[in-house]
Write a protein of this length. Sequence first.
Lengths: 357, 245
Amino acid sequence: MGKILMKGNEAIGEAAIRAGCLNYFAYPITPQSEVAEYLSRRMPEVGGVFLQGESEVAVGYMLFGAAGCGARVFTTSSSPGISLMSEAISYTSSAELPVVYVNIVRGGPGLGGILPSQADYFQATKGGGHGDYRLLVMAPASVQEAVDMVMMAFPLAEKYRNPVMILGDGLIGQMMEPVEFSDRLKSEPSNKDDWATNGMDTRKSKKRNLVKSLFLDAQLLEEHNLVLKAKYDRMKQEEVRYEPYNTDSDYCALIVSYGTMSRVCKTAIDNMKAQGVEVAMIRPQTLFPFPIHPIREAASKKGCKAVVTFELSMGQMVEDVERSVQGKRPVYWHGKAGGEIPTPEEVIDTVQSFVKK
Amino acid sequence: MAKTYEKPEALSDQVTHYCPGCTHGIIHRLVAEVIDELGIRGRTVGIAPVGCAVLAYNYFTFDFQEAAHGRAPAMATGIKRVRPDLIVFTYQGDGDLASIGMGEIIHAANRGEKFTTIFVNNTVYGMTGGQMAPTTLPGQRTTTSPRGRDVEDVGMPIKVAELISCLQTPAYITRQTVLKPKYIVRAKKSIKQAFQYQLEGRCFSLVEFVSTCPTNWGMTPVESIQWAEENMLPYYQLGEFKTPE
């Protein structure tokens, strides 16, 4: 199959079907309602389940119930909707259910706006809901990458029995780009007979399964949290993904940026290169686990005078960049949160002003 | 000698955590008997609520999911939509279903989701210590209505069975009780009917139970049964509010 031109939101819906996910529950919210519209048409064609829930709160638990009985399931939403789902995300993480959430982020806080934003970085990577849990968070920078990440998300969620979130800013959902779909995933959710409430009759072992998150005994809750922590630690070892850009050069500054913002930074880096100024970039593709070591190494390179984080927020990822750089270089932040995206010229001016400091 | 009465296979050997005089135990047993009689234990999934019955899964011997407060009907929806062959029921109290989970139960019922809800109404939040619920009777004292429920302030108690039976889609809505043996026989028939309708692929069914909470009412088990008969049954009338056409 060749490339076709598709809107990001529709491509995300199609990618889930190609990934073998035929169950979708959602509630409409701008700027991602096209996913629900697309799948309300497509799911019946492929014999799948489409249900528009009464709220994101309810949708969060429809996903829980469906994943709890071993089905591959996903939703898409945008920032305020993810806030409402965050209760369920906490329960889903504790119950170790492989659910995939796509957040096409809009501006906040509150109703905010409907233009692109990256202001849900903290919510996605540091919690959102209550308790010690982590989502595996991936951030695409193009429609093609959104498709690829959706395809990857389901096996990853099942590998860890942990929710996975795809954090795309509004532009990823709204813009049209050429995309190519790889072949359908043939895999099935694995080992579900060990834990899913799929009915005892369907399993070899006649042991009943229980999907839950309550541990009233201190020792048992401690042990449960250690099991979860071990998964998050394993993700940090095995799942860090990032794209280095111009890191082979003798750069004077390192940019850290992700999603749509990183594409503007690439243009800025190319323009600076044409003028004889070398700047490099690390683009995190996973926000949790965060590429701590690649950023520290790149920042520590001789000649690198500053690390500059560009993000569509008032400074969230920059805290993880500071944590990565560990004071070896000065770390600066530049960003916007209203829905406008800094231009390449703005990126160049910002980098140059920080390098001169 | 032949056994004439024994523990249902769907019920476990777990020692109860429910208080003396609590009706959860009887209702659990009736559900278990029905599951045995219909031979559906191997394809049944129960959903436990938040509240006293959060540990309901300890007493049953089949698959169970544990819900967040009020969300059991959304979970049942998720299960039933992706696995229509499973038999699914939620087991919920009045704080769980009629307060924090009102949105979920109304919409699941209205969509005609093909699962069964066992709704246990004892007029108070039991697990958290007897606070006022949407079902607390007028003038009834609870830990958060120490001078009695003031209907001028918080309105009249919600009649869940009547409320849901206003919707056109649900198949079977009934209110029962297990306060006396004569009621128990009728209640079991209703539970069985609800599960049978589900097996037939009919829409949503709900069996409400007028129940007791001797501990939080500050009564003996016998007093609490008497109180429920005298005070709850006139307001929460027993009967079938909706049956399939």
